[in-house]
Design a protein around this ligand. Structure first.
Ligand code: NAD
Length: 353
């Protein structure tokens, strides 16, 4: 596997270092990987003037997968928009055509107290939200604010064609096949024709996956069920806007931003893997950031782009072991557990491998 490593800014550098050490440990066990580094975000602006410079574009396009830390920070917030680090992030997602965003929300029983919900409702939670990332009302035309009949009118267009729905459907069904074989498609077909088509196409795609049980839920109910009884879900698939909201809701059930990995995939399972959190400028350089979201993102990379389920599970089990042993970075620390820094947490995961 050829991996393009983008540490980015802030804590990105520290947490990527630990994920790379974990991958290196697997490499010495015979896993074949080549890692090359490039710049994305603020660091790239500083050295080239662009948040997604050409050298990074070349490496990212040639790689089988991209492993990203995080980008951004107050230093760059004053720049004109095209030069902001976040533009680099949007740029690479678009450039690589990453249309499927996979966000697992897993609550390890040891961290059940970190959730804002009662432990019995969330303990052991393990769901996967599959969100379409390149279509829907966020990109649909026509759009804009215009003056019509003397009044300002805001307009956006919710639009999906059947091919776009079908390709995210296949990703979701395949993901469900690798898990508990239950897929819930979320729409608003009672009022929105676009999502009636969404439901129709999901039912068509389901014919290719007779081993997966497909159900449907309206988005308002899904938002409610996620906080009422989240463990009823295995895989959830939905469009860009509903997915934006539901994936944040689901991830926050786990209460710990430093634990959440994500994957964004293209048609051929090439992907970009990154933690859900940002560059955390408030703790950058202090050696206290939680590296587990990034280490778990590396596990997703091996699963989806490397097609190596065994290696992915090995990393995930190592993380479980470390948590069970009571090691915690500051963001997940509680009374009775041992507080460790970024490097010590990486060491512990490698030892547990
Ligand atoms: P953030 O996720 O960086 O931080 C929010 C809070 O969570 C902070 O208190 C931080 O210390 C803490 N935190 C985050 N990750 C942690 C970890 N691994 N271990 C321990 N604590 C952790 O969000 P923010 O403060 O809103 O944004 C900071 C910068 O990051 C901004 O420039 C923003 O644009 C950028 N950002 C980047 C991404 C990305 O690269 N994908 C995502 C979100 C925000």
């Amino acid at each position: 596997m050829k991996i393009c490593v983008l540490p980015g800014d802030g804590i990105g550098v520290e947490i990527i270092a630990e994920a790379v050490r974990v991958l290196d440990a697997l490499k010495s066990d015979g896993l074949k990987m080549e890692m090359e580094y490039a710049e994305l975000g603020g660091c790239a602006v500083d050295s080239t003037g662009s948040p997604y410079p050409e050298a990074t574009q070349k490496l990212a396009r040639e790689a089988d997968a991209v492993l990203l830390g995080a980008v951004g920070g107050p230093k760059w917030d004053v720049l004109p928009r095209p030069q902001r680090p976040e533009r680099g992030l949007l740029g690479i997602r678009k450039d690589l055509n990453l249309f499927a965003n996979l966000r697992p929300a897993v609550l390890y029983p040891e961290l059940a107290n970190a959730s804002s919900l009662k432990p019995e409702i969330v303990s052991g939670l393990d769901i996967l939200i599959v969100r379409e990332l390149t279509g829907d009302i966020y990109f649909g035309e026509p759009r804009g604010i215009a003056v019509e009949d003397g009044k300002r009118v805001g307009r956006n267009t919710m639009i999906y064609n059947e091919d776009e729905i079908r390709r995210i459907g296949h990703v979701a069904f395949k993901s469900a096949q690798k898990r508990n074989k239950k897929l819930c498609s979320v729409d608003k077909m009672n009022v929105l024709e676009t999502t009636q088509l969404w439901r129709d196409v999901m039912i068509e795609v389901a014919k290719d996956y007779p081993d997966v049980e497909l159900s449907h839920m309206l988005v308002d109910n899904a938002a409610m069920q996620l906080v009422r009884a989240p463990k009823q879900f295995d895989v959830v698939v939905t469009g860009n806007m509903f997915g934006d909201i539901l994936s944040d809701e689901a991830s926050m059930l786990t209460g710990s931003i430093g634990m959440l990995p994500s994957a964004s995939l293209d048609q051929n399972n090439k992907g970009m893997y990154e933690p859900c959190h940002g560059s955390a400028p408030d703790i950058a350089g202090k050696g206290v950031a939680n590296p587990l979201a990034t280490i778990l993102s590396a596990a997703m990379m091996l699963r989806y782009s490397g097609n190596n389920e065994a290696a992915a599970v090995r990393i995930e089990n190592a993380v479980k072991k470390v948590l069970a042993a009571g090691l915690r970075t500051g963001d997940i620390w509680e009374e009775g557990t041992k507080r460790v820094g970024t490097r010590e947490m990486g060491d512990a995961v490698i030892a547990a491998l």
